[in-house]
Design a protein around this ligand. Sequence first.
Ligand code: PEP
Length: 256
Amino acid sequence: MATRKPLIAGNWKMNLNHLEAIALVQKIAFALPAKYFEKVDVTVIPPFTDIRSVQTVVDGDKLLLTYGAQDLSQHDSGAYTGEISGAFLAKLGCTFVVVGHSERRTLHGETDEIVLAKTKAALKHELTPIVCIGEGLEVREAGEHVAYNVAQLKGSLAGLSAAEIAKTVIAYEPVWAIGTGRVAGADDAQEVCKAIREALVEIADAETAASVRILYGGSVNAKNVGDLVGRPDVDGALVGGASLKSDEFATLSAIA
Ligand code: PEP
């Protein structure tokens, strides 16, 4: 069976300027000694304007922490005002890029087709896409969450080869749990993450499905992370609010 190293990804959203970013990365690095990186991968996902500064700290201090971006354009270059190319992110040493976060899907109208195009752009530039899916409260209350997430997964990865899917990370983030303090129970997270893995067998193959990391996201903190990542198909967490607190982020990374 494939062993999957847990991944903790801190999505800073639209928080912290580049000076604050430097301070937070230094504090996380101080609180999370190198030995922890043998068992967990830790990445920070700052706003675009912080990435160069984060790169300087990570490279300068030879940190094992990686970093990424919260979004990218589906295009490589050209007349797309305000967009950021995957080529630029790769040049800045980004490892990961989040695609299809629920805030992008909801506030910026990103469909599965757009998420798929962005996933392809990330792969083209050798960035690891963290492909986000997740149901709203109405879907959960109607008991349709498994089917909804599987459909969103298939739409967001449609037509990708098994080799391409193997280079992705999937994040299951129930919308009702993001930034609400209402975390999904570990059994609920496991139910959907298991269904995602089964769907990956269908759209790729068993070997690929066993190797892809599936994260849970939604009000993860140092208290609940252990229970969540203790489940067989939950391979880490996408963390919003708690990733802005250096001690809590370091503690939950160490627990994972
Ligand atoms: C997120 O931003 O993806 C997220 C899960 O946020 P929070 O941890 O604050 O719920």
